[in-house]
Design a protein around this ligand. Structure first.
Ligand code: PLP
Length: 445
């Protein structure tokens, strides 16, 4: 068959112009894995092979691929209003989408600031935190507390509060004024936990130690993912997030939940905050807000935060921050259609219903070759492998390549296989993903 790459004359020597992100470029270009189209739970490769998407694209296509109402909304919007300047101007869809997000957000989180990605959402939330303390006359609160194994994107703020070692190695901690809580994964205590592990909520008390060290008057905010995603799906210990909330509140420290992955149904509720019954002061989001179709991110802030900015001469800009593409009309059109589709198809409820089947299926891999842990919550899951002697990450990467050859897209991080199927996933899809992983693990070295 004539592939799209043939039509575009993409011969091997033409692959080097595109410097690919977070990719082993040289390995990839030796044997490219090219996707040409997608529908529902499936991708089709450029040479026509069907591949089951076990990862919702990249934790983002929560409604599945090529959903008609979303596609049509984007197409229609492109012909009506392609762009509207977001500074001192706006368009109606931005307000409509903000209201829809407010309606499904935890009570009290009533104001949405739009940007274009998770990384921008994180940096925006950090800036809001700094500015808020300053406006209130507590300008010494400039330190942020992140967590080991946290991933908050790739901006200088995000990598500084993040705890992904490879990201920090090259660039350090440019924000400087940062400290970290310990991560909560402890295989000797928690291996093969189903859902939230029983052990480990005392690790939240490490925040008290950091407050004693730095003094609360110097700390602006704590930022954590409710379930750490990109470093390998780490559900929080039972009660851990509640304890973090109590300690932050006691010391006047803002709590930010980075819900770039957990937002929009992944745990069976609109936000993980609702699943855990813990309301932070800000939520960052991206990915699922448009089901991955158009780049968009944002921060949902409490009224207490937002209202503190709304002072001073009314003609003055209150917050010196924003992006050319904040609340882009195509992203807003997609976001509105996506949230409507989540509601019409009851997809958050579906995620809740499917999560126990997903859990059982995943834990059936407990006895598969190389497996040292299985973890899950909602429709997020991970299978951790023992690393190959002297070659960390190689075993999982081989498994990823072999699974792709066998028609299943998974993702690996370190020696961990991560899964996050779209919320439309059916039992037979889960079976196929799990069977493929088992077969692949039997054959990787
Ligand atoms: N925050 C979290 C929790 C994420 O998982 C991600 C990406 O996976 C980001 C931030 C960064 O998002 P983006 O890649 O859209 O900048």
């Amino acid at each position: 068959m004539t592939t799209l790459s043939d039509q575009l004359h993409l011969h091997p020597e033409q692959l080097s112009a595109y410097w690919m992100p977070f990719t082993a470029n040289r390995q990839f270009k030796q044997a490219p894995r090219l996707l040409a189209r997608a529908d529902g739970m499936w991708y089709w490769t450029d040479d026509g092979r069907q591949v089951l998407d076990g990862f919702a694209g990249m934790w983002c296509c929560n409604a599945g691929h090529n959903r008609k109402p979303i596609v049509e909304a984007i197409q229609k919007q492109a012909g009506i209003l392609d762009f509207a300047p977001p500074f001192q101007m706006a368009h109606p869809l931005a307000f409509d989408l903000a209201n829809r997000i407010k309606a499904i957000a935890p009570e009290g989180l009533d104001h949405v600031f739009f940007c274009n990605s998770g990384s921008e959402a994180v940096d925006t939330a950090l800036k809001i935190a700094l500015a808020w303390h300053r406006i209130r006359g507590e300008g010494t609160r400039t330190r942020f507390i992140g967590r080991e194994r946290g991933y908050h994107g790739v901006g200088f703020g995000g990598i500084s509060v993040g705890g992904m070692v490879a990201n920090r190695k090259m660039f350090g901690n440019m924000l400087g004024n940062v400290d970290h809580l310990p991560h909560t994964l402890n295989l000797s205590q928690n291996a093969f936990s189903r859902g939230e592990p029983k052990w480990g909520d005392h690790l939240a008390d490490e925040l008290e130690r950091l407050v004693t060290l730095h003094d609360a008057s110097n700390i602006a905010a704590v930022i954590v993912e409710p379930v750490a995603g990109s470093t390998g799906v780490l559900p929080p210990p039972q009660n851990y997030l509640k304890r973090l909330r109590d300690i932050t509140r006691k010391h006047g420290i803002l709590l930010v939940f980075d819900e770039v992955i957990t937002g929009f149904g992944r745990l069976g509720q609109a936000f993980a905050a609702q699943h855990f019954g813990v309301t932070p002061d800000m939520i960052t989001f991206a990915k699922g807000v448009t089901s991955g179709t158009v780049p968009m991110g944002g921060v949902i802030a409490s009224s207490e935060i937002h209202d503190a900015f709304m002072v001073g001469p009314p003609h003055m800009v209150e917050f010196f921050h924003g992006y050319t593409y904040s609340a882009h009309p195509l992203a807003c059109a997609s976001g509105i259609a996506t949230l409507q589709l989540y509601e019409d198809d009851g997809l958050f409820g579906r995620a809740r219903e499917m999560s126990s089947y997903f859990e059982d299926a995943l834990h059936s891999l407990r006895d598969a070759k190389h497996v040292i842990d299985v973890r899950n919550l909602g429709l997020m899951g991970a299978v951790e492998l023992a690393p190959r002697e002297g070659m960390p990450t190689a075993r999982a990467f081989d498994a990823f390549l072999k699974a792709f050859d066998k028609g299943v897209l998974i993702r690996t991080t370190g020696d961990i296989i991560a899964l996050s199927p779209a919320l439309i996933v059916e039992k037979e899809h889960i079976d196929r993903i799990v069977t493929t992983i088992r077969d692949v693990l039997a054959t990787v070295e």
